[in-house]
Design a protein around this ligand. Structure first.
Ligand code: SF4
Length: 439
């Protein structure tokens, strides 16, 4: 595709084409694993000539009946419609939610904080009268965002210092982070890149910046792994995304491409058959999906994950540990079990970075360790992510584990299992001083 094509208007996704229709099936048709109240609607996607199932929870259906009564299924299931109807001000939010004093006061200073944007779909998951709900706290600003703790900064990970070209971070030896857009469909209040995403420019794409990043990668043979992030790369049109992926695939030393996204969670309508068909052409392609809470595991999101997994894209999750949102073992267990059922491997659990105005979200590190201890051994190993701190100033990800080695007696290592029971492991290859034996 010629570079000029990037400047064209975005194509409408297939589900918006004239002739799309809706068939309502009986509740018996609902797949196992979905609640019986789930209504099943099937959108006939004429462009991809395939059936794309778009199921909704009763909560979302009720929200639509209350606030978007005249909006058709075809419109609601169209990701462009969702983007066009994002809720971006606290005044608008008052229509949908009973705002608390803390939330309303944040709105009086809206120019001074990270912007607000929430897709109608994701808004449908929020509880109207409960400002303490985890999902609601993760996307609705509160007055505490104006507090600036001494340890906080705009770029706590020092990404700007590791950027050989604008929008590309080269920190680790064999991989780069390519920030391809500063736009997200929904903004998380704890975003590590709030210094650059969602700013007034709202640059969804920038061809000259992309070209500089591609040139750097092509000229750096040590880069075998490219992570596309932003902002959210899946807010780009299929054409623009394909332009990037095809250029990256032409670079012989790029072995794998990864996409970091929250779209399957906040904008699951984005995972169209057309997108998935295009992504399949660029394997090996991996995807890291940003999940926060089990309430996000809706029929729509599950369907999006299944579609991606069916396309052979290995899926991993990334979750930020957030006080009062997901900082309980049971909450995390529920989330991780749900992810595994949808073929998403829990990958990273992040300690919340000290970005400005995020103190109310940060837990002590002991809380993260408590969660890992509550998972390891108590459930499938696949359900246990790696808990990491992204080291301030560019130190990179540092894994943290609860203490399982509790001592040594002679050659014996004293280990504590998940039940707290101490056992001895005969560490015979080492002498009593703990040094390797001479050959
Ligand atoms: S989706 Fe990611 S980049 Fe976008 S606001 Fe949330 S954390 Fe930031």
């Amino acid at each position: 595709m010629a570079k000029e094509m990037l400047l064209n208007d975005e194509k409408e996704p297939p589900s918006t084409l004239p002739g799309s229709g809706v068939i309502t099936l009986q509740s018996d048709d609902v797949s196992p694993g979905y609640s019986t109240e789930t209504k099943l609607k099937v959108v006939w996607d004429l462009n991809s000539n395939s059936l794309g199932a778009a199921k909704s929870s009763e909560k979302t259906l009720e929200f639509r009946r209350q606030f978007f009564k005249t909006v058709t299924d075809t419109e609601w299931n169209n990701w462009h419609w969702q983007l066009r109807h994002r809720i971006t001000s606290l005044n608008e939010l008052e229509r949908f939610l009973s705002l608390s004093e803390e939330e309303r006061q944040a709105g009086f200073h809206r120019d001074a904080i990270f912007p607000v944007a929430i897709t109608p779909y994701y808004l449908s998951l929020l509880e109207k009268d409960n400002p303490g709900q985890g999902l609601r706290r993760s996307v609705i600003p509160v007055k505490k965002e104006y507090l600036h703790a001494p340890e906080e900064s705009e770029d706590p990970l020092g990404e700007e210092n590791d950027s050989p070209v604008h929008g590309l971070v080269h920190r680790y030896p064999d991989r780069v982070l390519f920030l391809v857009t500063d736009y997200c469909s929904t903004y998380c209040r704890y975003c590590t890149r709030s210094r650059m995403v969602g700013k007034r420019l709202n640059q969804r794409f920038n061809p000259s910046r992309w070209q500089a990043g591609l040139d750097y990668i092509a000229a750096t043979p040590s880069v075998r792994d490219v992570l596309l992030s932003g902002g959210d790369p899946l807010t780009l049109s299929d054409d623009r995304l394909e332009w990037l992926l095809s250029r990256l695939r032409r670079i012989p030393h790029v072995e794998i491409i990864r996409i970091g996204t929250k779209a399957p969670v906040v904008l699951p309508q984005r995972i169209t058959n057309g997108l998935v068909r295009m992504l399949k052409r660029y394997h090996p392609l991996w995807m890291s999906i940003h999940f926060t809470h089990p309430d996000e595991l809706t029929p729509e999101t599950q369907s999006a994950c299944q579609r991606l997994a069916d396309a052979g894209i290995p899926l991993g999750s990334q979750t930020v540990l957030l006080a009062g949102v997901n900082d309980r073992v049971e909450t995390m267990k529920q989330l991780y079990h749900g992810l595994l059922k949808n073929r998403v491997k829990p990958y990273y659990l992040y300690q919340c970075d000290p970005i400005i105005g995020s103190a109310h979200f940060r837990t002590p590190v002991t809380k993260g360790l408590e969660i890992i201890r509550g998972l390891r051994g108590h459930t499938s190993g696949y359900a246990v992510p790696t808990y990491v701190i992204d080291g301030p100033g560019g130190a990179g990800k540092i894994p943290l584990l609860p203490e399982y080695v509790v001592g040594r007696e002679g050659n014996d290592l004293l280990l504590q299992n998940y039940q707290g029971r101490i056992c001895r492991y005969p560490d015979a290859a080492r002498n009593p001083a703990g040094q390797p034996q001479p050959a």
